[in-house]
Design a protein around this ligand. Structure first.
Ligand code: PEP
Length: 241
């Protein structure tokens, strides 16, 4: 199976920067072979033009979040149907920044996953422990609880898990290779118990310099990249790592 390289642009690039990034990426992708599955997750207002700029290059579009509702009077929300209309095939759900800044509960996340799966969007579901939880040796209990928020009966659903230790996101700190391997084994084991063979990505300060070693770990099926995805030189290094 192809590895996944997922770019989370967060609320960072403005239109001109987004345009330049996707222009550079598209020309590199069109000239390359044997690439991983690249997924770009821009801010909502840029989804449509980014999708149009892919110009047939094998790059997939993803959203950074979605509403837990199907449709209706939910000011400021964006439904999964709208994301599909913009060309999204993927959606990130449960990113730690959403859990933390928007107090997204396990119940809300479960509803979001249900909405996305109903419409066949591939869900990139983020899990991971905080620094304090890690210091208290609660990493596995936290991951287990976060995975339990996934709806029951999701066997064979289009689902990818991203293990993103919160303390490694945007900090320049990465988990050790042993920590990554162990967490990914644990996640794969939990998912097997509910009948899912789920790819597991690592996220947390992945760069052009460390990507190759991380991606060469057995049970790492790809990476979720924040900051380094906003510099095409670094991001491309990750794509070809
Ligand atoms: C992220 O936002 O999911 C992430 C992993 O960010 P960074 O690569 O900047 O740590």
């Amino acid at each position: 199976m192809k590895k996944f390289i997922v770019a989370n642009w967060k609320m960072i690039p403005l239109r001109a920067e987004a345009k330049a990034l996707v222009e550079q990426l598209t020309s590199k992708v069109l000239a390359a072979t044997n690439l991983p599955q690249i997924v770009i997750c821009p801010p909502y207002p840029y989804l449509t033009f980014v999708q149009e700029m892919f110009s047939g290059a094998p790059i997939a579009l993803g959203a950074q979040d979605c509403s837990s509702h199907e449709e209706g009077a939910f000011t400021g929300e964006v439904s999964v149907t709208m994301l599909k209309e913009c060309g999204c095939q993927y959606v990130i759900i449960g990113h730690s920044e959403r859990r933390h800044y928007h107090q997204e509960s396990e119940e809300i996340l479960r509803q979001k996953v249900e909405q996305a799966l109903k419409q066949d969007l591939t869900v990139i579901f983020c899990v991971g422990e905080s620094k304090l939880q890690r210091e208290n040796e609660e990493t596995y209990a936290v991951i287990k609880r976060q995975l339990e928020a996934l709806p029951e009966k999701i066997s064979h659903a289009p689902l990818v898990i991203a293990y993103e230790p919160v303390w490694a996101i945007g900090t320049g700190l990465t988990a050790s290779f042993d920590d990554i391997k162990n967490a990914h084994d644990f996640i794969k084991g939990c998912m097997k118990k509910i009948g899912q063979e789920t790819p597991v990505l690592y996220g947390g300060s992945v760069t052009g310099e460390n990507a190759q070693e991380i991606l060469s770990l057995d049970n790492v099926d790809g990476v979720l990249v924040g900051r380094a995805s906003l510099n095409m030189e670094s991001f491309w290094k990750i794509c070809v790592a």
